[in-house]
Design a binder for this molecule. Structure first.
Ligand code: MLT
Length: 259
């Protein structure tokens, strides 16, 4: 049990730990192709209500997801780790760094941002909550799919659809509430003193390359990599160039396999 929840996670490999935190409304499965990155110990939780983790029993904040990840690290006896967060997972990664800076020895911020929601963004979240409560997640999934992916390749679209279908209604609703209420993390960026990589898909319409550039420019020494042709889900949409960028960064800054 992790903080009272029967949290599910995947582990693979040996070496410096890398904690991969998925986005919304996804699961650890979005990082399936990253488990092949050799020379590192990959830890990939399903956040509450997503993948194989049970639905949340009450309200959640982004800090709750971060504290779950910290408790998982405690459970696994891991003192510090590289934290890699995709989109909502990036919000969680920044929260984790704020709550427990010494547990984070590197950051990989993927298709994400440091800013809070705008008022318009919060209204859109409230509308999605009402829709999901009334009609389940199917309509939301069909609306979101084209926004998440630049590719219309059947294989990728159906893989992402099936990951989204594994999300529970309370998981989706509480994640929407948590994201709407999240604080702006921009003030934290200049204090990040660990190696940081920012990755963005060229055609990401949710957190566009301009936002990634601003994010990278605000973190001392951060490197920015743009993945050509990819949308918002670079790890699953363009796994080869994505993995190359990750392996190059991890190998250079933390040892492990050389590309
Ligand atoms: C995600 O991919 O995690 C979400 O699109 C992030 C968001 O809605 O802010």
């Amino acid at each position: 049990m992790i903080r009272g929840s029967d949290l599910a996670w995947t582990e693979s490999g040996r070496g410096i730990p890398v904690l991969w935190i998925h986005g919304y409304p996804l699961s650890s499965a979005v990082f399936e192709r990253q488990l092949a990155i050799e020379g590192f110990r990959h830890i990939v939780p399903d956040l509450r209500g997503f993948g194989a983790s049970p639905p949340p029993s009450g309200a959640l904040t982004i800090d709750d997801y971060a504290r779950d990840c910290l408790a998982l690290l405690d459970h696994l006896g891991i003192a510090s780790t590289v934290v890699a967060g995709l989109s909502m997972g990036g919000y969680v990664a920044l929260a984790l760094r704020r709550i427990a800076p010494r547990r984070v020895n590197g950051m990989i911020l993927i298709d994400t941002r440091s800013t809070a929601d705008t008022d318009e963004g919060r209204r859109a979240r409230a509308k999605s909550i009402a829709e999901v409560e009334a009609a389940g997640t199917a309509p939301l999934i069909e609306t979101m799919l084209p926004q998440l992916l630049a590719s219309s390749a059947h294989e990728v679209v159906s893989a992402v659809r099936s990951i989204m279908e594994s999300a529970s209604i309370p998981g989706v609703v509480e994640a929407l509430r948590a994201m709407a209420a999240r604080p702006d993390s921009t003030g934290l960026l200049s204090s990040i003193d660990v190696p940081t990589l920012v990755v963005v898909g060229e055609h990401d319409v949710i957190t566009p390359p301009d936002a990634a550039r601003r994010l990278a420019e605000s973190i001392p020494g951060a490197r920015l990599v743009e993945i050509p042709g990819a949308g918002h889900l670079t790890p699953i949409e363009s796994p080869e160039p994505f993995n190359r960028a990750i392996l190059e960064f991890l190998s250079e800054r933390f040892g492990g396999s050389t590309p």
